[in-house]
Design a protein around this ligand. Structure first.
Ligand code: UDX
Length: 448
């Protein structure tokens, strides 16, 4: 919304939320999310044509276009638990829009939603008895965290789905005109509602599948002595495959990939397409395997036990340049290590201690249910590595590269033999080995 406001000074954008603290934070220098370039973008338009408010009903009533951007978490209860999306917030929004609208509206679903949600929204609005012309569009967001502002500035494509009726087409064209203020028209795709919704799930499923595919090959590389980065480079040069999203890792995290694949799986199952469901579910199975494979390797390398050994965790966010930890592989790896009774010392440049404790199911002081304190949060990589038997790089922050972090100093601080596990293939393993580390990466030849 900030990007639309920045690019379209003639359009008033009001962002509403029931959470007062969040609305206040959006108007301060301390935004609720960390994203490079976002603060600058908000500041350009704030108070000019970008407004933040908790007056939800009033803002809906005054708007021509309403974007629904609420969360759609995976259901934890009842039918579809663990797979289907919980649409209660979307439904609540639709009912609220129907209740307070006194003029025609274009309703845009921006949240990632399982296919045919637009129909749900439309049915709720039709059933409400509101007589105004209400058109529902699907406009999924493809930006990635950490690069959100450049992705929005220069998107590969903007996708808008709508109904093929004259009113639907008019609504669709109205939204096209908004994006056309900065996106070339040939990159704005118009489809049916269902194609648009399914395209979002499919794009994320394909992206996640590439990561699981290269991670599967990384396991084979480690056994055979091939280097996964060389393999990825070689296959990426094939223009049919392409070079992106082939970086072997400790597995993908983030709020979208797993959730969207589970949605796809649930959708297929509900149509009786069991083989299709199993095919996509394997992407998740592979991702889980890759996380646990990494923690198992740490334990095995440290002579079969990490109990009471200090392990430094460098990075907790699900990728660099974000403070988001949702579904971060680091959570699962740390939990595995805690099960093995390791003492873990975590440093992440952006993730606050309270968030890490919450993610790991610990209390506000970092203690587990039995009162054990096995996790400490550090304010530098050096501090985390003090007295550690091993370090594990779990997020590819630039600050952990060997030109920015003095690994000779880190080595001196650690117990010997000092182990380094690079879960992101971020550092040069040979350089670490020269320093004295027992170093290993993902899909990299082992040194006996
Ligand atoms: C993703 C999609 O890219 C985006 O289009 C969609 O709108 C939301 O979901 P995001 O979750 O922000 O975006 O991050 P992304 O850059 O896709 O990374 C997801 C995860 O995959 C991260 O944990 C990342 O570290 C991992 N990853 C990515 C790899 O392990 N290897 C790669 O080659 C690329």
């Amino acid at each position: 919304m900030a990007k639309i406001a920045e690019k379209c000074p003639h359009i008033d954008v009001t962002v509403v939320d029931i959470n007062e603290a969040r609305i206040a934070a959006w108007q301060s220098d301390d935004l609720p999310v960390f994203e490079p370039g976002l603060l600058e973008c908000v500041k350009v338009a704030l108070g000019r044509n970008l407004f933040f408010s908790t007056a939800v009903d009033e803002a809906i009533a005054a708007a021509d276009v309403v974007f629904i951007s609420v969360n759609t978490p995976t259901k934890t209860y009842g039918v579809g638990a663990g797979k289907a999306s919980d649409l209660k917030w979307v439904e609540k929004c639709a009912r609220q829009i129907a209740r307070v609208s006194t003029s025609d509206k274009i309703i845009v679903e921006k949240s990632t939603l399982p296919v045919r949600t637009a129909e749900t929204i439309r049915k709720i609005i039709e059933g409400s008895g509101n007589e105004n012309n209400m058109q529902v569009l699907s406009n999924p967001e493809f930006l990635a965290e950490g690069t959100a502002m450049t992705d929005l500035e220069n998107p590969d494509r903007v996708l808008i789905g709508g109904e093929t009726t004259p009113e639907g087409t008019a609504a669709l064209n109205a939204l096209v005109d908004v994006y056309a203020n900065w996106v070339p028209r040939e990159r704005i795709l118009k489809t049916t509602l269902w194609s648009s919704e399914l395209s979002k799930l499919t794009a994320n499923a394909f992206l996640a599948q590439r990561i699981s595919s290269i991670n599967a090959i990384s396991a084979l590389c480690e056994e055979t002595g091939a280097d996964v980065d060389e393999v990825a480079f070689a296959i990426g040069m094939d223009s049919r495959i392409g070079p992106k999203f082939l970086k072997a890792s400790i597995g993908f995290g983030g709020s979208c990939f797993q959730k969207d694949i589970l949605n796809l799986v649930y959708l297929c199952e509900s149509f009786g397409l069991n083989e299709v469901a199993a095919y996509w579910e394997q992407v998740i199975t592979m991702n889980d395997y890759q996380k646990h494979r990494f923690s198992r390797r740490i334990v095995k390398s440290l002579f079969g036990t990490v109990s009471s050994k200090r392990i430094a965790i460098l990075g907790f966010a699900f990728k660099k340049d974000t403070n988001d930890t949702r579904e971060s592989s680091a959570i699962y790896i740390c939990q595995d290590l805690l099960t093995e009774r390791a003492e873990i010392a975590i440093y992440d440049p952006k993730v606050p201690a309270a968030q890490i404790f919450r993610d790991l199911g610990l209390d506000a002081e970092g203690k587990d249910a039995d009162g054990n304190k096995l996790v400490s949060i550090c304010s530098s990589a050096q501090e985390a590595c003090d007295g550690a038997h091993a370090l594990a790089i779990l997020t590819e922050w630039d600050a952990f590269k060997e030109d920015q972090l003095d690994y000779s100093d880190i080595y001196k601080r650690m117990e010997k033999p000092a182990f380094a596990f690079d879960g992101r293939n971020l550092v040069d393993l040979d350089k670490l080995r020269e320093i004295g580390f027992e170093a290993s990466g993902i899909g990299k030849p082992r040194v006996e």
